[in-house]
Design a binder for this molecule. Sequence first.
Ligand SMILES: [Zn+2]
Length: 452
Amino acid sequence: MSEKSILNEIDQNKEEYIEFFRKIIQADSINPPGNEKNVAIIIEDFLKEEGIKTEIFPFGDNRANLIAYLNDNFNGKNLLYNGHMDVVPPGSEEDWKYPPFSAFIKRNKFIFSRGAADMKGGLVAMVIALKILKSLKIEVSGNLILNAVADEETGGKLGAAWCIDNPLKSIKCDFAIIGEPSGLNPLPKAILLGEKGHLQVKITTKGISGHASMPSIGKNAIYMMSEIIEKLDRIDEYIPKSEPPIERDELKILIGEAFPSEEIRERIMNDQPILKSLIQSLVKFSKALTMIKGGIKENVIPDSCEAVIDFRLLPGQKVDLIMKALKKLIEEDLGYIVKNQIFGASKDVCVVLEIINASEGSYWNQWEKSQDLKEFYNIVETIYEKKPFYFLLPASADAHYFRNDGYCPQTILFGPGSMGTAHAIDEYIEIQDFINSIKVFTLFAYNFLSKK
Ligand SMILES: [Zn+2]
């Protein structure tokens, strides 16, 4: 079987792939609550047609993770394809041009739906790639492992993290691809080598309530919060210095790969301020006050105020050290007692810190030395007929579970769809992008596994 005939076969079966994709989109897997088993069962049925072994690991209420393999031999070079089955809620359905789970096809060019880009497109392309490889009946020296996971949109502990600690644990992984959307319109496709971490902390200030006519009796919790907000920038002095994995100038050079000339690059960078902000965010630790709530009545001194701070961490920055720094700032600079939890109806003046969400960043340090990555790059360039570029993800994904703690540092993110449309109203994917990604995943695995 030649590469060319593989590509022809994909083009010929396009309609069948699109129908399967639409079926996966229409299967409810909104997280919360999840229901990912709905998707897992459809994948299992599809792979069964080709006799592929699939294992479903159910948990909770109609939730599941899934693993499928090309063959039973795990002693050679193993390639792992990972995708999450859950999607974020659609928000208000009236705001959508087309019903969010209709998988509406527009002008034979786009599919609109929640999950089309993030990331049922990438997931389905990987499932199809596995099925095609099986149907080729080629002799391979390694294995392709498909890992469809739950829970990514709510942190991934029950999905990717669970799989790595359980069924994947004994399987050596030599290269992993997570099929998250890696387009960055109007640029060509990106291949993502690292991701930032995040930490969302709820801060509650506890004061003493009283009548607003005698403010000195109480302790105003909103004022306490405003002291914290005012001093928040000082946290930078209390956290260990961390270098960005790739410096600003180097990022500009990498992104420059995507442009035919430096002049065009400069012009697009100037026209698209979002690119500048993106590069800025990739080289810095950042913080944003995102929510605040306090007070119960016009004439009552508030005894409680809540705020949420969203911190974005560089790879290597540890969540517990950021928490320590925040505690130090509130205790030493402002003189308040910090607690992790409020016990009963305590009347103490204090500040309570609670982690709402957290994940550490990650980065594949040795990417420049990888021959496999170069081959992946070349295949993307051939199929998309445009040079892709290496980059980092400003948000977080499941990649840190693979890279950190050494399970598979050589993990990249690449998939159809654009990052900008993920989680947005009118999320969509370009059909050609979806088909191209099937070609990329199939050809890369074909080459990877055919090698001794
Ligand atoms: Zn995603």
